[in-house]
Structures are given as C-alpha cells and as structure tokens.
Design a protein around this ligand. Structure first.
Ligand code: ADP
Ligand code: MG
Length: 724
C-alpha cells in the first residue's frame, strides 16, 4: 500500500474504530495507593520499633540500620508477592531523560530443588546492574564498568503492572564504583540537603527556634499530544524522532482559540480515565486535566509533592502515559515541538520550599514576621536567577526544547523573573530605601501584610515570563515537556542554597552591627536588589525590545540554542556553585556536560538521517510520479489542446530539484568528522545541520501543496491533528 491508499486506509480504520470500553469508575478510596508500599502499609506490616526507624528515615533522611532494612525487605517481599510480583527491580534515573531497571526474581532453590523466595535487606539496599551501557560522560571506563544502585527509602516502592506480570519497583540512586553520581537522583537529594542547611541558618538568624527539615516541593504541569496510531505508523519521523520533520501547515490551526479548555474528545476522555486510575493506584495525585491550546494537545497536572518523590512520579507518569496511550490506539508525543507552526509542549515546574514548622516560605503569610521570612526567601530566588540564569538555561537545553524556546508562544531563552506588580513594587521600594525608613519603626510599620495579601491572588499572569511568581511558588515555565524535572529542580535548589548562604552571612553581619531584625533584613535585601534587581521584568518577554534591553542594558545572557547553553556547565562560576554547595564535584558536573552535549549531537544526527531517508525514498518518488502523470496526460490530451501553462508544474520541478540538492548537501555535511572539541561539534550541529534540515523541509512542504493529494505518502497535519 502506498501514498494515498495507506492514508485513506488509516482514516477508514480510525472512523470505524469501535470505542474502547470505558470502565465503570471506581471510588478513589478503593484504588488510592493500592500498589504502593508506603508508610501506611509499613505501619501495618512492621513492629512498632521497626516502623519508627523507617519512618524517621523517610521523613528526615536519617540513615537506616541494617537490621531494620532486613525487616523492611522481608515485609516488602510478602506484600509484593501477595500482589502477584515474582520479580523485583531497582529503578534508577540515569543522565538521560528516561528510567532504567534490571529485574531479578525473588526465587532461589533449596538443595531439594524446591523453589523458595528470598529478599534480604542487602538485596533491597544494593543492586549491581552492568552499568557500562549507561551514559557516564567518561566518569567510568568500560573496563571499570561496575555501577551500583542503592535503595532510596524516601521514595516509596511500588508494583508495576505490565502485560506480562507484576514487578516490585524500588526507587534507587545510581553510583559508580568510585562513588560518583551517575544519575539524576543523587544531585537532587544533595541539592535539597544543601538548601535545608542554608535555610536553617537564615531561619535561626531570624529567631526561629524549632525548625523542621526543609524540603523543596514540585508540582509539574505536563503538556502532550495524542496522534492516532494509524497515522503515526505511517510517519517514521514521529516514531523515531518524536516530531514531524515534514508537513505543511493546515488551513485551520489554532488561530480560532477554540481548543483551549474546550470539550475533551470522548476517546481521549476514556484514555485519561484509564491513565489516571493507574496513577491513583500508584499514589500519584493526578489533579487537573484539560485540552491545551493546539488541536490534539492536552495537559495533566498532579498535585505537588516533595521534589524527590515528585521527580520519580513524573518519570513514572511519562512512562505510563506512553504505554496507556498505546493501549488506546494513540501515539503519545512528549516532544516539545512535534508540529511546526503549532503550539509546542512544555512542563511548567511549580516549585516552593518549606517545612512543618515555618510552612511554605514562598507564601507571604499572615503576620509581618512571616512576611520578613518570605521576603528573604523570595530575594534569594531573585539573586539565584540573576547569578545563575545561564545554568537555568543549560538545564533545560535539549535539541527538542530548542524548537520551542524563543518561538512565539513559549518563554524566551533569556532568564528573567516576573513578580507581579505589587511584589515588584515592594522590592523596588526596598531598593529605593523607602522601606528602610519604615523598618526603623519596627515590624508593624512596614505595612507589608496588607500589600502582600493581594499578592496571593496571582490574578494577572504573565505567560511570556520563563520564571514567574504565582502567589505562593515560582513557576519555571521554560522546562521542556520531555525532560526530567530533576535537572531544573537541582539547579533551583542549589542556586537557592547559595543565595541563602550569602543572605545568612550578610544578615549575621548586620545583626552583629546592632541592627534590629527588621532593619537588618531590609538592609540585606537593599544590597541584594542593587546587585541583582535587574533580573526582574514584568513586561512582554516575546518583544524584540526586551531581547535588546535584556542583553545590552541589563547584561542578561541570551543563549538561543543548546550549543550556546550547554557550555554553561563548564563556566567557573557554575563549577564553584556546585562544588561549594557539595551538590556535584567538578568531575561529576563536567561529565554531565559531556552526556548532554552528546545527546544533543546524536538527536540531530538521527533527524538528519531521517530527513535524507524520507525525502529520498518517500517524497521525491511521489513528486516524480506526479510530474510523470502530468506529462503523460498533457501528451494524451494534446489534440484537445490541454495546456500545462497555468499549472504549477515548473514550480514543482524547481522545488524537486532544489530539495534533492539540499539532501546532497546534508549528506555531505553528515560526513564531517574529527571535530576539535565537543563545543565545535555542537556548533556544527546547530549552525550547519539544523539549517540544512530546514532547507530540505521547506522545499518538501511547498511540494506537499503542489503534488496530487492521492500521491502524497505522509499523513498531513490536518489529518493527524483533527481526525480523532
Ligand atoms: P495553572 O495552570 O493555573 O498554573 P495548575 O493547577 O494547572 O495551575 O497547576 C499548578 C501546579 O502547581 C499543580 O501541580 C499544583 O499542585 C502546584 N502547586 C500549587 N501550590 C504549590 C506549591 N506551594 N509548591 C509547589 N507546587 C505547587
Ligand atoms: Mg501553570
């Protein structure tokens, strides 16, 4: 089957598809966390003392003694086997955006040949996958390939059900033989600890006596596209690169704004229900879902959780999203820009920090004292984004997110902070010395509670800002839809730790000088604003004027592509930040640069090969068939004086030739080897390969509108986006 025939067949299949049965909804209380070995299940299964020990570990991160680990392992095994599990697996989070697992059976045999099950504390605590095939950025040579996975008790174990059974999954860290972090979880845990230590210093100076462990929280809004599998199977680009490398824009796009928050198509609703029921069983609090701006685009957001658990849940969610979509006949696209000219997908990472004693420190609060804490933490974020904007840009860099950032509907690649009018004016008053006058009269005279109460209503939302305050949290909007939230969370926690350390030092000095607490806070924040206040921007982040002002007047970095952004990992200031806070050693950090750069280069190579292949074997043959057909017809009907004069024939010929000559150029470019450095290689990918891909595409997309519809081999945008 070729060309139109396969497209027509796809449409027929989709139109005649019997709706997937919608299961009778089950009460939430019946399914909530049934597949999770969380604290509630442990309390039932363990002795009082063992439970107390593990609870302490889970809530404070304190180490667990081996005897308790044995008891927990044994209870976990009994529970997992009762759920039908025969295998267990440490699940870990390598430096890619996906997860990895190695399954082991509970089974051992005794000398009599009978099968028994075994799961000891040491098996729970440590695993030894052959780690040589995971990216390590030259931290580990293959001849020293041993890598360890180690149980992270602060993220609960769960049962993963797949078509071929149930497996006990144990969230773990992944570490090299020599002790270096090879994953995304270790730096996240370390960054949380660094933030906790720094925050405690500030809170103690503010006179807080009881300070519970602080945690960063994360609630991520995930955007995605669903495309029917019949179309997807005809598009090698969607299957292999996750985005369409060809495709002319449809006559109707999103310009009518009729999709956002519109009624969700019935088939998608059935998918969402099945998917969310799975999430609930796994203790993932799916909270909102709706249509997104583009046709075929949707969003899901779980309720926020502590960042370590949220990051694990986010990864699990992406896996389940894809597999459940498949069960429902969809391909789920998490790519940041699957369709050119159509809205892209992001992952808004909502982030705050807090604890059980002081609450959310990014919430203005109801007393003047709470407001002072709030101002300090908020100021710390402002300083962090200003000092480490380059790092924040680097942690969201990927070949796929490059297509979205800076495009007209996504945040710009320049990192600035949006505070909202009222909070911005509070910080400006601090900078201008106005609040310092008032502060001399003590806490009550600041009059902040009144102002900041209004701030709690996010009201006017600046969607053009990459980093926005939204009432009681910051929202990092430039994160890509396919990315792990871990990298962004590590960067945010670490920059916050660094800023809180800076604040603590300044605050201590001001207090030692005899300043009253309120005045000391304002003095510190005044200095902070003078140094870093120019990162605050409430205007239109898309405008040309801003891009100019940001770079030329404010000295902010504009790093449009990953090739520009990834070298930030090697910037001495970034190395110092990570080393000083103990989140990553210099080697660990540099290995990350290598891994991410390699992924960038490889993704573009895959796309280049696909473009060559599709243009040569699918598009060009369709075009020549079209041209031959026209020539034949004009000859056959010559007696009737059919003329080709008013057709697009010459244009089609020109584009066909130009497309193939661009393909030739692209092929030659792919032959380039032996780059001086990783940076030159990345630049070559960004500045040579990318434009060539686009050149081929431009001609192909023009041809799509010229070639007879019944010859075009690839499902068109209007089909993929509108036929459900
Ligand atoms: P919107 O689309 O209006 O920004 P959503 O309700 O879709 O908001 O998503 C907001 C996300 O922010 C949710 O995941 C929510 O749980 C999360 N969130 C709310 N409060 C906090 C907080 N204090 N810290 C971190 N995340 C939060
Ligand atoms: Mg949001």
């Amino acid at each position: 089957m070729s060309g139109h025939a396969s497209r027509l067949n796809a449409i027929t299949q989709i139109t005649n598809r019997a709706p997937k049965e919608c299961k009778t909804p089950q009460p939430l209380t019946d399914i909530w966390a049934t597949d999770v070995f969380g604290l509630a299940k442990m309390e039932e299964a363990l002795s009082k003392n063992a439970f107390k020990a593990i609870k302490n570990t889970v809530t404070t991160g304190a180490p667990l003694d081996p005897a308790t680990a044995d008891v927990v392992a044994s209870a976990m095994k009994v529970w997992a086997i009762s759920k039908g599990a025969k295998f267990f697996s440490h699940i870990f989070y390598p430096m890619t955006n996906i997860t990895a697992e190695k399954h082991d059976g509970f089974i051992i045999t005794n000398p009599e040949g009978a099968a028994i099950t075994e799961f000891t504390g040491s098996l729970l605590i440590k695993g030894e996958p052959d780690g040589s095939s995971f990216p390590n950025g030259s931290l580990r040579m293959t001849n020293a390939a041993r890598g360890y996975t180690a149980w992270d008790p602060t993220s609960p174990a769960y049962i993963m059900h797949t078509a071929n059974g149930a497996t006990l999954m144990i969230p773990s860290v992944f570490i090299s033989w020599t002790g270096e972090a090879l994953d995304k979880k270790i730096p996240l845990l370390r960054s949380n600890a660094a933030m906790d230590t720094a925050a405690r210093k500030v809170l103690s100076l503010m006179g807080e006596e009881k300070i519970a462990p602080l945690n960063a929280s994360c609630g991520a809004e995930q955007e995605y596209f669903l495309v029917d599998e019949h179309f997807a199977n005809l598009r090698p680009d969607l299957l292999l690169a996750g985005r369409s490398l060809f495709g002319a824009p449809p006559a109707k796009g999103q310009q009518f704004d009729d999709h956002y928050f519109g009624a969700i198509p019935a088939r998608v609703q059935v998918f969402m229900q099945a998917f969310e029921d799975k999430l609930y069983r796994l203790g993932i609090p799916a909270k909102t879902h709706h249509n997104e701006v583009a046709p075929g685009q949707f969003e899901i957001a779980p309720y926020f959780e502590s960042s370590n658990v949220a990051a694990d849940h986010q990864q699990l969610m992406m896996t389940l999203m894809k597999s459940t979509a498949k069960e429902h006949g969809f391909l789920c696209l998490l790519h940041e820009k699957p369709f050119a000219g159509v809205n892209g997908s992001g992952k808004h990472v909502n982030w705050s920090v807090g604890n059980a004693t002081q609450g959310n420190l990014l919430d203005p609060g109801s007393t003047p004292h709470d407001n002072l804490n709030f101002l300090l933490f908020c100021g710390a974020v402002i300083r962090g984004v200003h000092k480490h904007g380059g790092l924040l840009r680097a942690v969201i860099a990927s070949a796929s997110n490059d297509h979205r950032l800076g495009a007209n509907e996504a945040p710009p690649a320049i990192l600035s902070v949006y505070l909202g009018d009222q909070l911005e004016s509070v910080f400006n008053d601090i900078k201008a010395g106005k609040l310092l006058e008032k502060a001399k009269g003590g806490l009550m005279d600041l009059g902040l509670s009144q102002i900041l109460k209004f701030e709690r209503d996010p009201g006017d939302r600046n969607r053009t800002s990459p980093f926005a305050f939204t009432g009681n949290r910051f929202e990092f909007r430039a994160v890509g839809s396919s990315q792990s939230v871990s990298g962004p969370l590590v960067a945010m926690n670490t920059m916050l730790a660094d800023s809180l350390n800076w604040i603590a030092e300044k605050l201590e000095a001001a207090l030692a000088n005899g300043s009253d607490k309120t005045a000391a806070v304002i003095v510190v924040l005044k200095e902070l604003m003078e140094l870093h206040g120019n990162v605050i921007f409430g205007g239109d982040g898309y405008s040309e004027a801003w891009h100019k002002e940001a770079v030329e007047v404010r000295g902010l970095k504009n790093l449009p592509t990953s090739a520009d952004a990834l070298p930030e990992f090697k910037d001495p200031a970034v190395v110092e930040l990570f080393v000083k806070t103990g989140v990553l050693s210099k080697d660990e950090l540099l290995s990350r640069f290598e891994v991410y750069a390699e992924q960038y280069i490889l993704s573009l190579e895959v796309e280049a090969k696909l473009v060559i292949d599709m243009a040569t074997t699918q598009i060009y043959p369709a075009v020549t068939q079209h041209l031959t057909h026209l020539a034949d017809v004009s000859q056959t009907l010559a007696g009737l004086s059919l003329t080709l004069e008013n057709t697009d024939l010459p244009e089609a010929v020109t584009h066909a030739n130009a497309m193939m000559s661009a393909v030739k150029e692209l092929k030659a470019a792919l032959e380039t080897h032996d780059f001086e450095s990783t940076e030159t290689h990345m630049n070559f990918s960004a500045k040579t390969l990318c434009p060539l891909l686009l050149k081929v595409r431009d001609h192909a997309d023009t041809l799509e509108a010229l070639v007879a519809d019944d010859l075009w081999p690839l499902p068109k945008y209007q089909e993929m986006l509108f036929i459900k």
